[in-house]
Ligand binder design. Structure first.
Ligand code: BGC
Length: 743
């Protein structure tokens, strides 16, 4: 019997205690530890087949289940934890998980938006706030960050990641994991982080949700796996979630090479692998296993430790062991991992350590938390275009503020809004009022009807023109128009794949009519993904990408529009000219016929320019930054890249200085350029700063198809600038000796 009053001790001790505990556990108790139930169905996934309610309640009451998701708050968490601790034979506490993706009660910008800030400290701070709030509601495990590299804006979940670049994605993932897990997982304001979805989900073919991922080994090793590999090495996340998709015909949940071979073997991960919702039983639909029994055997063999909502471990592990079809050692290893994280969380010292009524009431939505959300919201806004100084707004200008989204208090909360209250964000309209701007508001057309739950379709307005004419008239009367268009919160996120990435409903018509009435137009785009903004780019003088920015969205947007905040965000994902270009990403291969050129026999399209409309890394400022003095040299095992940046015109501002590398000739074709370093600089008006970046072997090398890493001698081009189209470049030749001595 477990001594429930034991104190936390060192690793060696913990392992000994786990061994002792394991030796006392029955197979049924072990299966329970490897099973995760949702508190309520249809929350973030479909219910399992058959009626499971009675079984579920009985098991929970007997305290047999190891963890739950979607149970939040002092009362509910305490009730379930009491079952586990009081009613079970061994009193093993439960873990409580939740999708705390971009805030818990205080909503932060969606992860894709935060990535546009390129501000790792603020991103870490955001995750820290979210963890503090979640932990104050009894939670100790979040299913974030999603580190899937995403190149296809049709996929709704691009909102949940850090975009298309594996390096940016990796450093952001590290910041998030550090924020969630803090210095000490045992302290009651930290939560276990989960990096997900291992692996390839971001490459869902054609952006169709849950689709197969068709990727080469080179893309898998260099692009998809980099954030997982780096975050594990640098931030030690204690949990991984596997992916829904197949690669090479193998569903991730049943992929023994990926999970047991690479993750737990080569990379030495000793935390917990949790399946995605129902992903074990979904191997039947994939046609990879025949039934639930085989799903359980395959998932466990592959290294999926915890079964979320498939019930296959519960139903079949016992029989599989008894018939000799599954080795008990595999089950013991999985249980050991679950128990280890419970020890790390301090739950064996005090199963109720995450439960404190006062903390719950004092911690949520504090001013400091809202302030933190506002701070990163400002930094996440990307100024896409600004011709003839259309922005910032001038004092005294009569502005027509137009658009349903301008008054929307819900859209900015984004899709994965955890425990946020619906319609609780500050709208642009409210912020305009607060700032006492000289403006009239006109609603224009509705974007959607009613509120959509997480799992239900959104009803887009396609035929009700009410408000249209008034908005056009308001535009005509004004000096300048600020038009807010885009997606509502539930139009991106899980299950929200789209093939038309224009403005939903009647918004494009509104844009064109408003523009015809008044060319002096500023377009603010709220969305959870890159939209196709080609018409707007050709006609509208200023465009601001404002994503879904969380609770203080309105104020952050208004501060950028008025110039109180000098915009500094840079795109973490390319914006296409046409959906037909997708997948689109800056770090593509050159092809044998790099184009386009004058004749048609070069890589490109006949009907659209080949490049992105707004490339990765792009983002303007009210200041003008000039780059100069690029020098690249080999120095003591590193490549030193020196460059100078000056804020030559405009107010004080921030610039993200980006360093890209191109390996000109290698044993496999390499991308045209790849981001390897960046720094966000703050520059006063006129200020000049020189800076040095140091590149190491890992920045110059690559993985081959067999998974081996190589750095090869030869020439490298280095580009430095304010976007992935940076023009300033220098070339360096590295000898074999140089390469060998790289650190
Ligand atoms: C999603 C996961 C999520 C899980 C639990 C699944 O549908 O793919 O990312 O963590 O549900 O809510």
């Amino acid at each position: 019997m477990l001594n429930k009053s034991n104190t936390r001790t060192d690793t060696h001790d913990t392992e000994a205690r786990i061994t002792a505990l394991l030796s006392e556990m029955t197979l049924e108790e072990k299966m329970g530890q490897l099973t995760q139930f949702s508190g309520f169905y249809d929350v973030t996934g479909p219910p399992p087949p058959g009626d499971r309610e009675a079984q579920k309640h009985a098991l929970l009451q007997r305290g047999l289940i190891g963890s739950m998701l979607n149970v939040v708050g002092y009362d509910d968490v305490r009730a379930f934890q009491t079952y586990a601790v009081e009613n079970s034979r061994l009193g093993i506490p439960m873990m409580f998980a939740y999708d705390v993706i971009h805030g818990h009660k205080t909503m932060f910008p969606i992860p894709l938006a935060e990535a546009a800030s390129w501000d790792l400290d603020l991103i870490e701070k955001g995750a820290r706030v979210a963890a503090t709030e979640a932990a104050a509601q009894g939670l100790n495990w979040t299913f974030a960050p999603m580190v899937d590299v995403t190149r296809d804006a049709r996929w709704g979940r691009v909102m949940e990641g850090a975009g298309e670049d594996p390096y940016l994605g990796a450093v952001i993932a590290e910041a998030r994991v550090k924020g969630f897990q803090g210095e000490d997982l045992g302290s009651p304001d930290t939560v276990l982080a989960t990096v997900k979805h291992f692996a390839g989900y971001g490459f869902a073919e054609a952006g169709k949700e849950y689709n197969v991922a068709e990727v080469s080994q080179v893309t898998l090793f260099n692009t998809i796996l980099q954030p997982f590999r780096d975050v594990l090495e640098n931030a030690n996340p204690r949990s991984f979630m596997n992916a829904f998709n197949t690669i090479n015909g193998i569903p991730a949940t049943g992929d023994v090479e990926l999970q047991r071979g690479l993750l737990k073997g080569d990379w030495g991960f000793d935390g917990v692998v949790v399946s995605d919702w129902g992903s074990a039983i979904e191997m039947v639909s994939h046609g990879f296993v025949e039934d639930g029994r085989e799903a359980a055997r395959v998932a466990m063999t592959a290294g999926s430790d915890v079964d979320m909502e498939s019930y296959v471990y519960l139903d079949h592990l016992n029989d599989l062991v008894e018939t000799g079809d599954l080795d008990l050692e595999l089950i013991d290893d999985a249980v050991r991992r679950v128990l280890r994280t419970k020890f790390e969380l301090g739950l064996f010292d005090d199963p109720y350590r995450y439960l404190d009524r006062d903390r719950e009431s004092e911690t949520l939505m504090t001013q400091a938390h809202l302030q933190a959300s506002e701070e990163i919201a400002r930094k996440s806004i990307v100024l896409l275009k600004n011709h003839h100084g259309a922005l910032p707004l001038q004092q005294g200008e009569r502005v027509a503020l137009i658009g349903a989204l301008a008054a929307d208090k819900d859209a900015p909360l984004g899709n994965w809004r955890a425990h946020a209250e619906a319609h609780s964000a500050m709208s642009v309209l409210e912020a305009f009022e607060e700032a006492q701007l000289n403006f009239e508001y006109s609603h224009g057309v509705h974007v959607q009807w009613g509120d959509a739950g997480f799992e239900y379709p959104v009803h887009i307005n396609t035929d009700n023109w009410e408000g249209f004419d008034e908005a056009v008239e308001a535009a005509r009367q004004a000096d300048k128009v600020v038009l807010v268009l885009g997606e509502t919160a539930r139009q991106s996120g899980e299950g929200r794949s789209r093939v038309d990435l224009g403005f939903p409903g009647l918004q494009q018509q509104l844009l064109e009519a408003v523009h015809a009435a008044n060319h002096n137009l500023v377009l603010v785009v709220m969305s959870g993904r890159p939209l196709v903004l080609s018409w707007a780019d050709a006609h509208v003088p200023a465009i601001v990408q404002a994503w879904h920015l969380g609770h203080r969205a309105g104020r952050a947007i208004t501060d950028v529009l008025t110039g109180k905040e000098n915009p500094s965000g840079k795109l973490p994902m390319s914006f296409p000219r046409s959906v037909g270009q997708l997948p689109l990403y800056y770090n593509h291969m050159n092809t044998g016929r790099p184009g386009p050129k004058e004749t048609v026999v070069w890589a490109g399209y006949s009907d659209v320019e080949t490049t992105a409309l707004y490339p990765f890394g792009h983002g303007l400022s009210y200041s003008h930054f000039v780059y100069s003095n690029l020098a690249v040299a080999y120095h003591e095992g590193q490549i030193e890249v020196q460059v100078a940046v000056q804020n030559v015109e405009g107010p004080p501002g921030e610039e993200v200085v980006q360093v890209y590398v191109h390996d000109r000739v290698a044993s496999i074709a390499r991308p045209v350029r790849e981001l390897k370093a960046f720094k966000k600089l703050s520059l006063e008006s006129g200020e000049y700063q020189a800076l040095t970046f140091k590149l190491k072997a890992k920045d110059l090398g690559f993985y081959k198809a067999d998974g081996t890493f190589a750095v090869e001698a030869g020439e490298f081009d280095i580009y430095v600038g304010g976007s992935s189209c940076a023009q300033l470049s220098a070339r360096i030749r590295l000898s074999s000796e140089d390469v060998e001595s790289l650190v």
